[in-house]
Design a protein around this ligand. Structure first.
Ligand code: AMP
Length: 270
């Protein structure tokens, strides 16, 4: 639909759900650099209801459309696609797009239907915008891995790029959910990164994966009010058990800080 806007160069897309922060801005600037002066950068801002399995989570999600437009403008975005749910979805929609292997673990285990909602909306966005390239953050590493599968298995002519996690000075991965933390939990949250790095060092020095994960979980749960959802060391591509230690691996964490669920991860190898 937006393809006619595309000139000879690349059309680089950055899908987002809005409430844009410096993490998103970094992706947008990377998109601008990738597209170059002859290319086009498209940001989508769409709070996709289909990927929320908890209506309270959707209701609490921050919405800042005007500030989002300013951010897009200052990052050199050419086109902002900001549809309403009614534009995106027919009331009697009946097609699902489900990935059935990578989606069963990590966040997929505790958020049923979430990644089917992500695959549906990203598939639709790719059809509507027809980008040559799309950038997704490694902050949502599982999402990135699943979308690589979506593109491979559904033959979308889009090159997927993974962007490194953008962090605050204290090491906490930037997220719109950080603003929902209590002051105590906000102060404690940078420990996630610290403990991840300690765990990565231990694994890369030869410690067993199970022991590394157990220790990381125990450290996180020693923080008052913190409950780990998962702490897992998996193959970075399949997101399942490590069968070849020489391949790139992923140490991924999800933890409840009170009512706020935070995720973070690090790649590792040995
Ligand atoms: P969201 O609006 O949460 O769906 O995020 C839109 C895109 O921005 C996704 O590809 C995210 O992985 C990415 N993103 C969000 N926060 C960060 C971050 N702190 N570092 C890198 N990428 C991020």
């Amino acid at each position: 639909m937006l393809a006619p806007l595309r000139g000879k160069g690349k059309m680089v897309m950055v899908p987002t759900m809005g409430a844009l922060h410096e993490g998103h801005a970094t992706l947008l600037r990377q998109a601008r650099a990738l597209a170059g002066s002859s290319g086009t950068v498209v940001a989508s801002v769409f709070l996709n209801p289909v990927q929320f399995n908890d209506s309270n989570d959707l209701a609490a999600y921050p919405r800042t459309p005007e500030a989002d437009m300013d951010t897009c403008r200052s990052c050199g975005v050419d086109v902002v696609f900001m549809p309403t749910p009614e534009v995106m979805y027919s009331g009697d929609r009946s097609i699902t797009v489900e990935e059935n292997h990578l989606s069963t673990v990590l966040c997929g285990a505790s958020r049923p239907g979430h990644f089917a909602g992500v695959c549906l909306v990203v598939g639709k966005l790719f059809n509507l915008v027809q980008p040559t390239d799309a950038i997704f953050g490694k902050k949502d590493y599982q999402q990135l891995a699943i979308l690589r599968r979506l593109v491979r298995d559904m033959d979308f002519p889009v090159t997927i790029h993974g962007a490194e996690i953008v962090r605050g000075e204290d090491g906490l991965a930037l997220s719109s959910r950080n603003a929902l933390l209590t002051p105590e939990h906000r102060a404690a949250a940078p420990c996630i990164r610290k403990y991840l790095l300690e765990a990565r060092d231990a694994y890369e020095s030869g410690a067993a994966a199970a022991a590394v994960c157990a220790e990381l979980r125990a450290k996180l749960e020693s923080i008052p009010g913190v409950q780990a959802d998962y702490v897992e060391l998996v193959d970075a591509e399949t997101l399942h058990e490590v069968t070849d230690e020489k391949r790139l691996c992923l140490l991924a964490v999800a933890a409840w800080f009170g009512k706020v669920r935070l995720i973070d991860n690090t790649e590792l190898s040995r």
